[in-house]
Design a protein around this ligand. Structure first.
Ligand code: SAM
Length: 205
């Protein structure tokens, strides 16, 4: 099954090498949700895994990781970079995650959607929530970061709000655990006025 490439991936081919060469500190980026990571070995899904650095950290820490990424240069680059790690790399995209769902994966304990949400249109965000919620196991956690500010050159982003995220999550049976406004870790984003809302939701049973 071949799906059209999502508009949100525009511009990522051009920066794939740079992203693969830039590994940020996982514990710093994800400090607001670290306490929600389940004990290992947990089943973790990284959606829009990009250069795969987060997936690699999680796999190195003993988790079973599935990484979904629609940009081939990033997905293939990450697979090569972290070839020694038992990560399952999947070519797929939000909002439907059709390939992944067709694989009928066991429920995930934790789903990470880092730096991806603003690439989705409002209609796609609305469609994505129930899909992500259905992939979570009982009491599973969904961690999403919302990027605010101008799009990086050559990329496509949309305005996103925590209010909308919470409302969509509730409709999908997810309750809010974390909602924190933060600055950027990367200097270029800070210089461009990019800020983030770091959010986490739990599936209520
Ligand atoms: C800012 S990068 C973040 C990559 C990675 N999560 C990280 O934090 O290093 C955004 C990623 O989202 C991916 N992306 C864009 N649109 C997407 C979609 N509709 N579904 C899944 N991933 C998408 C891009 O290909 C890119 O790898």
């Amino acid at each position: 099954m071949k799906t059209a490439r999502p508009p949100g991936t525009t511009g990522y081919d051009e920066v794939a090498s740079a992203l693969l060469a830039t590994r940020l500190c996982f514990d710093k980026v994800h400090r607001h949700v670290l306490h929600l990571l389940p004990p290992r070995p947990a089943r973790i899904l990284d959606v829009g895994s990009g250069p795969g650095h987060d997936a690699a950290t999680l796999a190195t820490r003993g988790h079973s990781v599935v990484a979904v990424e629609p940009t081939a240069k990033l997905r293939d680059g990450a697979r090569n970079l972290y070839a020694e790690l038992p990560i399952e790399w999947v070519d797929d995209s939000l909002p439907a995650l059709g390939h992944l769902c067709a694989m009928r994966p066991a429920p995930f304990d934790f789903i990470l959607v880092e730096g991806v949400w603003a690439h989705l249109t409002q209609a796609e965000r609305r469609q994505a929530y129930p899909v992500l919620a259905a992939l979570l196991g009982d009491h599973g956690v969904l961690a999403i970061s919302l990027r605010h500010g101008p799009a990086a050159p050559g990329r496509i982003t949309h305005p996103v709000t925590a209010t909308e995220a919470i409302a969509l999550a509730e409709v999908s049976g997810l309750s809010t655990l974390v909602e924190v406004e933060t600055g950027s870790i990367q200097a270029v984003n800070t210089a461009n006025g990019v800020t983030w809302t770091r959010m986490a939701f739990r599936r209520s049973c």
